[in-house]
Design a protein around this ligand. Structure first.
Ligand code: FAD
Length: 481
């Protein structure tokens, strides 16, 4: 899945024409037909079974919307060409990065999926920034930057995600408590708007577009290139695993550590125990190159009975999950994930309540860790009021696969999200939740008019990213000019 190999790339049946009468893509242009020749592409548009099947699946295996064609762009111009063509002919388009969505967010029912894996060049690395194509995986960027002693200040826990896919949602990790999300560390984007205009945007240039796209769930433009911040990288990570008997001991220790910023990395997990309950684990990381960190200072006031520590090369720490995720992915299990941001004041109550019914089997990998609102600078990323909020992530997997179990957990997600909303929380939108456009309106709150305005301005025909379900779908006729 990670890379699209050259053989696969060449095996597709290339399309040369489109028949708007019945929305069919054709590999030859019949004489005297209503079909229209496709403009020149540097890459190719394919309709073969393997390509369509792959584009209709994702990490969650809960939704299956087949596109009618897949674009493997050979250039940014190809993205412009395809998006303009889609505007002219009333088609929907979604980009698929690494397909790690869980609920069809990168799918385009009967439309065209742009597979961004063929747009994956790292253009430039300087001491403080990197310029990369949107299809680059963070793993490849981190490898390349560490080779010259620098790295992005924040990383997601798993690096097999595309730059474009993560910048569409936010990108949170254990360093977010120090540096915000990936979107807060992005300085410039090159995008193709929903109308097919290639635009460079930043806080200074086209700021409205920049603000709309970062964390914008693919609704306003296709990200084709990003300039991301880098800083000097450490050589090593010392990682402390602190195990607490009660959830409130964990959150108290996390609040103390967040307040004085003692760790470079701060997360937390609910770890299954032998008696079908959970232990509550703080994961704190301190980076160093020569002098190891001061253990006593880092543990002062938060030391539980159980402390483990390990020193690992920084790259190994950043890339600690890659193989595990590949193994899980190979099982193709339904993944009804739920990620929510809880206001600090409601966190203990919500999680304590949740723990009265949550079993390790239903929880999957369960994360709980704090971050600071003042570091979240991109308004499309909706976080609760108050300076501190917690990410609660239930990274559920249904094993063995079972549709009824998956449905039960999706319904459970819906109920938990309602509880989170009532407490002033928000969702981190990488979920399996049954959201209507009205729910999205609630999600965006007082920002909704700005979101609508941006959609009207940048993607007026509703071409982009239907799988998020944010707007009422337009009929093909009303999308056609
Ligand atoms: C195992 C695993 C671990 C994860 N860990 C973390 C984590 O630690 N922190 C975190 O924040 N998130 C995490 N996530 C969630 C992840 O960040 C999102 O699901 C992300 O969107 C996935 O990136 P992708 O490249 O697979 O995107 P896809 O699933 O391919 O796409 C996601 C959405 O973005 C759109 N999109 C993709 N590329 C572009 C583009 N170039 N331009 C416009 N729209 C685009 C798609 O159409 C879709 O709507 C994890 C997910 C998984 C499965």
């Amino acid at each position: 899945m990670a890379q699209l190999d050259r053989r696969t790339f060449l095996a597709g049946a290339a399309v040369v024409a489109f028949d708007p009468a019945d929305s069919r893509w054709l590999s030859s242009l019949p004489e005297n037909s209503t079909a229209i020749q496709l403009p020149h592409l540097d890459g190719e548009l394919v309709t073969d079974e393997d390509a369509l099947t792959e584009a209709a699946t994702d990490y969650g295996h809960l939704k299956n919307h087949r596109p009618r064609a897949v674009l493997r762009p050979g250039s940014v111009d190809d993205v412009v060409t395809l998006v303009r063509f889609a505007n002219e002919h009333g088609l929907v388009v979604a980009v698929r990065g690494q397909g790690h969505s869980t609920f069809g967010q990168a799918q385009a029912d009967c439309g065209v999926v742009i597979d961004s894996r063929t747009l994956a060049a790292i253009h430039e690395i300087t001491p403080d920034r990197a310029v990369v194509d949107a299809g680059v995986q963070w793993l490849d960027l981190v490898r390349a930057t560490l080779a010259v002693g620098v790295a992005p200040p924040v990383s997601t826990d798993y690096l097999g995600l595309s730059v474009g896919g993560t910048l569409c949602v936010g990108g949170i990790g254990g360093a977010s408590q120090q540096f915000g999300m990936l979107v807060d560390n992005t300085v410039e984007l090159q995008v193709v708007t929903g109308e097919g205009h290639l635009v460079t945007c930043s806080a200074e240039q086209e700021p409205e577009l920049f603000e709309a796209v970062l964390g914008g769930l693919g609704q306003f433009a296709v990200i084709v290139r990003a300039t991301v911040r880098l800083e000097t990288a450490p050589a090593m990570a010392r990682v402390y695993t602190l195990t607490y008997p009660r959830i409130t001991d964990l959150t108290a220790a996390q609040r103390t550590a967040l307040a004085d910023g003692r760790f470079d990395y701060l997360e937390g997990q609910l770890v299954p125990t032998d008696d079908d309950g959970f232990a509550f684990v703080l994961e704190g990381g301190a980076w160093y190159t020569t002098e190891p960190p001061d253990d006593a200072a880092l543990l002062a006031g938060i030391e539980p009975p159980g402390v483990d520590l390990v020193d690992v090369p920084y790259f190994e720490w950043l890339n600690r999950l890659y193989e595990t995720v590949e193994q899980i992915e190979a099982l193709r299990l339904p993944g009804p994930w739920l990620n929510a941001f809880l206001p600090d004041a409601a966190t203990d109550e919500i999680v304590t309540e949740l723990l009265t019914t949550l079993t390790p089997a239903d929880a999957g990998g369960a994360l709980l860790y704090p971050a600071r609102r003042s570091l979240i600078t991109r308004p499309q990323v909706r976080v609760p009021d108050g300076e501190v909020f917690f990410l609660l992530a239930l990274l559920r997997a249904v094993s063995p696969p079972d549709d009824a179990e998956a449905e039960r957990l999706i319904a459970d997600n819906d109920a938990l999200y309602a509880r989170v909303l009532a407490a002033g929380g928000t969702q981190y939108p990488v979920n399996a939740l049954r959201l209507t456009p009205a729910d999205w309106r609630t999600h965006y709150g007082d920002r909704w008019p700005t979101v609508l305005h941006a959609k009207d301005r940048y993607d007026p025909r509703g071409v982009l990213t239907p799988g998020q379900g944010i707007f009422e779908p337009l009929s093909r006729a009303s999308r056609t000019p």
